[in-house]
Design a protein around this ligand. Structure first.
Ligand code: EPU
Length: 334
């Protein structure tokens, strides 16, 4: 346990905050030892890509470094792959693509760790983690007990799981098992940007590697690289609104992007709402709304977490005033 450690290298927004105590663990045994020594409250960090620190952490921050990727079962057309919670998510995707395993290529370049991926059921370009998910292993922070959660037990929803709801802050995800195809891949190229990019690449019969490359190109063109400009990816979730709310928007903006959902609600892109409120590309002090994707807040250098949080609140307030929609953060704000 190291006292008084800066968390700046461990959060992709790149803000300064201090942990009263900090330790890393590379196995379940090391995690259990760390938990016995930890001063509460305990926060488990993965890649630090989905948290905004607005203040110091008064207890212990534990950083997951549990590594390893292995095929644990083979079937005629698929494999089960188990990866350590501390692995980098994109490295896992690249590993899968190199073996020509299909299923997670649309999730290329999502920042963060494997252990964090199920917490918010990461998703992009028509694919969500839950589509390939088999189970996960997690250690209960209060007791050190190891437990397996099946897909049903995780209760996945849009950017949501049991680990953001009733089990929030209670578990450390130590390993995740996914089912990937080895041939007869079910590739998802329906998302407009992906189809267009594959066409630009001159690819007619894509492999998982082609799709991964297309997704990497799209993300690099639209989203800032945290290594160069601090950010947490999408700051807000895309809101799902009732038909009446949508009708109201449609009357004012007949061409507004929207996606009808099976439950009768309408999903309206938060990035579009924020752009209509005039925030896109705007800078306030050291933080701003990214010029190419309004849903992403960025650190222009030296930003504090409070500054970023204040900007997020101002953005949410103007979307509420102009559209009557309450934006919900996707990022955990501490
Ligand atoms: N849009 C705007 N202005 C903007 C941004 C978006 O008008 O500044 C409009 C676009 O024109 C488009 C629509 O919003 O019609 C959707 O935009 P985009 O395809 O960029 O996707 P998104 O809904 O903004 C979601 C995820 C992303 C994921 C992309 C691609 C959420 C909260 N975000 O963004 O995930 O990469 O779809 O599938 O669901 C993340 O979670 O961190 C993340 C980056």
């Amino acid at each position: 346990m190291t006292p008084d450690v800066s968390l700046r290298p461990y959060n992709t927004f790149g803000v300064e905050a201090r942990a009263a105590y900090f330790a890393e663990f590379a196995s379940v045994a090391e995690l259990r030892t760390a938990l016995r020594q930890a001063v509460p409250p305990v926060l488990v960090l993965g890649g630090g890509s989905n948290i905004l620190f607005t203040r110091d952490w008064p207890g212990t921050v534990l950083r997951n470094r549990i590594c390893g990727i292995e095929v644990v079962r083979r079937f005629p057309h698929r494999v089960w792959v188990r990866a350590g919670g501390g692995e980098d998510w994109h490295e896992l995707v690249m590993w899968a693509v190199r073996q020509n395993f299909g299923g997670i290529e649309n999730l290329s370049l999502i920042p963060g760790s494997v252990g964090a991926a199920p917490v918010q059921n990461i998703g992009a370009y028509g694919v969500e983690l839950k589509d390939v998910f088999i189970s996960l292993e997690a250690v209960e922070l209060a007791t050190g007990r190891l437990r397996r959660f099946t897909r049903q037990e995780c209760r996945f929803g849009y950017r949501d799981s049991i680990f953001k709801q009733q089990e929030k802050g209670r578990w450390c995800i130590t390993a995740v098992t996914l089912s990937l195809t080895t041939d007869r891949h079910r590739l998802n190229t329906s998302y407009g940007d992906v189809a267009r990019t594959l066409a630009d690449m001159g690819v007619g019969n894509p492999t998982p590697a082609h799709i991964s490359e297309a997704v990497v190109r799209i993300r690099q063109a639209k989203l800032p690289d945290p290594a160069h400009m601090g950010n947490c990816g999408s700051f807000f979730k895309n809101p799902e609104v009732r038909q009446e709310v949508w009708e109201n928007i449609r009357q004012r903006y007949p061409n507004a992007p929207h996606y009808p959902l099976p439950n009768g609600h309408i999903k309206v892109p938060a990035g579009w709402l924020i752009e209509q409120c005039g925030w896109k590309g705007r800078r306030v002090g050291n933080v701003g709304c990214y010029e190419k994707q309004a849903l992403v807040l960025v650190n222009h250098g030296g930003a504090t977490g409070q500054e970023a949080h204040a900007l997020a609140q101002a953005i949410a307030a103007s979307v509420a005033a102009q559209f009557g929609i309450a934006l919900e953060p996707e990022v955990n704000v501490w």
